[in-house]
Ligand binder design. Structure first.
Ligand SMILES: [Zn+2]
Ligand SMILES: [Zn+2]
Length: 289
């Protein structure tokens, strides 16, 4: 199939099925342009229904591309960049879900992507995020550009689709009142990083769990899941640790005040099951702390 045969939204939505088998469409760098042209044509015929379907096609492609891009960033060990792509993918997918029912056979792999975003996020070491408190001074409607005022609504509703575009509010003037460190923010881009003495960002996080999984996958569409369990280790395995080292059981206490005299320690263990056998030379039944 070539992209030039796709002359309506339905054909596009159909062509976007099974992104793992046929990434042809997503590799077509000008698919944005082609879809934009189709949308303009639909709108010139006042065909709102077709314009909405084209928005769906665009958004399905965007979700798939963001997910695939996040995976390629993971493979390159650009872990923070991958995190941001996953975050964007999640936001785009959430707006799509309000207008598009994910069918049981889920040929666009949207439910899969939804699940996998949460699984990848669970492997990340990020715990603290910055969240700004913003005073929005001027807000515009993205459809008609009228100011959004409580007493004189423009008639467009945020989150609805008009002329093939999602209506959102644009903040054109704002003031940041405060920035707080929180554990569960609305958006999770603002990861707390340390700074180098020259002020540049320093990534001090330990990504070993994320890397463990991404190293063993050759496709973003090879599924896996993780389970938090525990395992026992012999005292001899941790005998080399100094007594003021954090205890390997991860209680937060010093080794000397926790498990130091025990013959056996119970430590947290993350178990990963891969649905597709990892390629390459990886030891079987690996254990991961
Ligand atoms: Zn409006
Ligand atoms: Zn302990």
């Amino acid at each position: 199939m070539t992209v030039s045969n796709l002359t309506n939204a339905e054909a596009w939505i159909d062509a976007l099925r099974y992104p793992e088998d046929d990434p042809l469409i997503l590799k077509t760098s000008d698919h944005h342009k082609i879809l934009a042209k189709l949308k303009t044509a639909a709108l010139s015929r006042y065909d709102e229904e077709e314009a909405t379907l084209i928005w769906k096609a665009e958004t399905i492609a965007e979700v798939q591309i963001k997910f695939i891009t996040a995976f390629s960033q993971l493979k390159k060990q650009n872990f923070y960049s991958a995190w941001c792509h996953l975050e964007q993918c999640e936001i785009t997918l959430n707006s799509l879900k309000k207008h598009h029912i994910i069918s049981d056979d889920d040929p666009h792999r949207l439910a899969y992507i939804d699940n996998m975003i949460a699984r990848w996020q669970s492997l990340y070491p990020y715990k603290v995020f910055f969240s700004p408190e913003i005073l929005k001074k001027k807000i515009e409607c993205s459809v008609c550009r009228a100011p959004v005022l409580p007493r004189s609504p423009c008639g467009h509703r945020k989150g609805k689709i008009y002329h093939g575009d999602l209506c959102h509010h644009i903040v054109t003037e704002m003031e940041i009142l405060s920035i707080s460190a929180v554990e569960n923010p609305v958006q999770r881009y603002s990861v707390a990083f340390l700074a180098n003495p020259d002020g540049t960002q320093k990534d001090h996080y330990n990504y070993s769990n994320v890397k463990f999984v991404s190293d063993r996958l050759s496709s973003p569409f090879h599924g896996w899941h993780s389970e938090q369990t525990t395992r026992k280790i012999a005292a001899s395995e941790v005998a080399h640790l100094p007594s003021d080292h954090p205890c390997p059981c991860l209680s937060g206490a010093e080794f000397s005040e926790c498990c130091i005299g025990r013959s056996e320690l119970v430590v947290p263990h993350l178990q990963i099951a891969f649905y597709v056998q990892p390629e390459g030379n990886f030891p079987e039944n690996e254990l991961l702390l």
